[in-house]
Design a protein around this ligand. Structure first.
Ligand code: GLC
Ligand code: CA
Length: 544
């Protein structure tokens, strides 16, 4: 088996100025009146997505599935779910996106399938067949789960329990155990031919869609594949092997991790890793403040959010962790801080449009690759009181249909309201794309301006250096510098509602404002004075 440790090859160059848009297909745009968003709907809105400045899409799973977990329970990796369209529609999406200079990445649910998958049906039979070891099965139905794992017993005629990866109907695919227990022969080593077969099949699935025109994959629960792998060494080797396939066969395609440990994920071979809601409270310290804002409930004491007008947050809680990851991944891959996703509380929860603008000024001027979750560009709200849909539970409120217009069903669908995938946000003042398009001061247009600034200033892009200039524990604002070649850009954000004035060192002779609200920067002897109103931000170019 090939074992690569640190990745030496650089990520594809297009990532340096990539800006991704996450499309949640079922809630995006319904074109055939069945109440569910579909691929022709995504194609119809490509020009809109492009108009935001986004040049790449991450599409949540769109494959055949019983939809117990909104499509993260796949029953056929090679077939588009009929509710979204056909394989030909997906290929057409790739083509239409490419015509517009955009890329499309799919979602790879590598860790598990649905119990409805034909592999699992074979695997759950008594006796032995080529899928017997495709999943992790213990050998005695009356034994308990190994530490840290969950299992289901009594599912079928097969003796033994299967290990699950998430919900009960998502059996874990078998990539082996890092340190198989010799007393438990059902724990296979990672290089067992049946575990290697699982791995090869995942590669074939990727090849199939990459050959059809996909530009890469976001990998679901990327750290979950090898079991009993405390230090993730074997999981990292596995991804290094996958990355070797990318480097050899698809050098322009990208591997994006849902790991939330960029230092590890990128060393393992991923080009991008998200900093999100698990493993590390740094994301939570930026955007979530009350316990309910952490939908997965991973953190017992959710720290006060820095991006909150109460001004009780601590930027250092984020920076301490971020800088460690940033330094370790600087040349080999990108960290992404998304505006949100289908699993977490909407960014707009508890925030005004002005506060959202400040949050986006930060999101769009940090290093790495920005990701916008569909609907966040207009500040779509988290909808309370919905009955769980397709395994969403409290995530359901972040998954409601896009609000395109002020018309019927917010322009999402022509179906009777009762047939919609989820009901439209009932809020009377719910934001719409139609209204924000017309308003030059809208969040939507603010994001467009930020995307333009980022594109026009490579220092603000993925590869620019990052240096905090003012970041103090429990203090506001946060000021940082981005730099590339001779270009320097300073960004100041003050999410709190209190005006602030700070002195910073910036060896420059001239500062010119590029964008901002209520923020000035003037010379004060050898230093510079930054004055900011409450809930404000400023972006300046600096000249030597
Ligand atoms: C990831 C997905 C989430 C899904 C889970 C299981 O966290 O983002 O939506 O439920 O994995 O596949
Ligand atoms: Ca439809």
């Amino acid at each position: 088996m090939r074992c690569t440790h640190f990745m030496e090859s650089r990520p594809p160059t297009w990532l340096a100025d990539a800006f991704f848009y996450e499309v949640y297909p079922q809630s995006f745009l319904d074109t055939n009146g069945d109440g569910i968003g579909d691929l022709p709907g995504v194609i119809a809105k490509l020009d809109y997505i492009r108009s935001l400045g986004c040049n790449a899409i991450w599409l949540n799973p769109c494959f055949e599935s019983p939809f117990g977990d909104a499509g993260y329970d796949i029953s056929d990796f090679y077939k588009v779910a009929p509710r979204y369209g056909s394989n030909a529609d997906l290929t057409r999406l790739f083509k239409e996106a490419h015509k517009r200079g955009m890329r499309v990445c799919l979602d790879l649910v590598a860790g598990h399938t649905s119990t409805e998958h034909p592999w699992f049906k074979q695997s759950s039979k008594d006796g032995s067949n080529s899928f017997t070891n495709r999943y992790v099965w213990m050998n005695n139905v009356f034994s308990g789960p190994p530490p840290g794992l969950s299992m289901i017993s009594g599912f079928s005629e097969r003796e033994g329990n299967y290990i699950t990866n998430f919900f009960h109907f998502q059996p874990a695919l078998n990539y082996g155990f890092a340190k198989p227990d010799p007393q438990k022969p059902w724990q296979l080593p990672v290089d067992h031919p049946d575990c290697l077969a699982t791995r090869e099949e995942m590669k074939n699935i990727m090849r199939y869609w990459l050959d059809a025109g996909a530009d890469g994959f976001r990998v679901d629960m990327a750290s979950s594949l090898v079991k009993g792998d405390k230090d993730f060494k074997e999981t990292m080797k596995l991804w290094a092997d996958m990355r070797a396939m990318y480097d050899a066969e698809y050098p322009d395609a990208v591997l994006i991790a849902e790991w939330s440990d960029p230092a590890r994920a990128i060393a393992a071979g991923f080009h991008i890793d998200f900093l999100i809601h698990f493993n590390d409270p740094s994301y939570t310290s930026l955007f979530r403040s009350e316990p309910e804002r952490d939908l997965f409930g991973f953190f017992k004491n959710v720290p006060p959010s820095f991006f909150d007008r109460k001004g009780k947050g601590d930027i250092c809680a984020f920076l301490d962790s971020y800088l460690k990851h940033f330094r370790k991944t600087r040349r080999s891959g990108y960290i992404s801080i998304p505006s949100g996703n289908h699993d977490i509380m909407r960014l707009a929860e508890g925030r005004t449009m002005d506060e959202l603008k400040v949050a986006f000024t930060f999101l769009m001027t940090m290093p790495g690759v920005p990701y916008l979750y569909c609907g966040d560009e207009i500040g779509m709200g988290y909808v309370r009181g919905l009955v769980s849909k397709e395994g969403g539970y409290n995530r359901t409120g972040s998954r409601t249909p896009m609000q395109w217009t002020k018309g019927r069903n917010a322009g999402f669908s022509t179906a009777p309201a009762k047939n919609l995938y989820l009901s439209i946000d009932p809020a009377r003042n719910r934001p719409t794309i139609e209204a924000q398009e017309k308003d030059p001061d809208s969040l939507l247009n603010h994001i467009r301006q930020l995307a333009t600034l980022r594109r026009e200033h490579p220092a603000l892009g993925g590869d620019g250096d990052f240096e905090p200039l003012y970041a103090k524990r429990n203090r506001y604002p946060f000021v940082y510098q981005r730099k590339l070649g001779g270009q320097r850009v300073l960004v100041a954000v003050n999410p709190s509602d209190q005006p602030v004035t700070v002195m910073i060192e910036a060896s420059c002779s001239k500062a010119t404002v590029l964008d901002g609200v209520d923020t000035t920067m003037e010379r004060a002897g050898k230093k510079w004075l930054i004055r900011m109103g409450g809930v404000s931000s400023g972006i300046f170019t600096l000249e030597a």
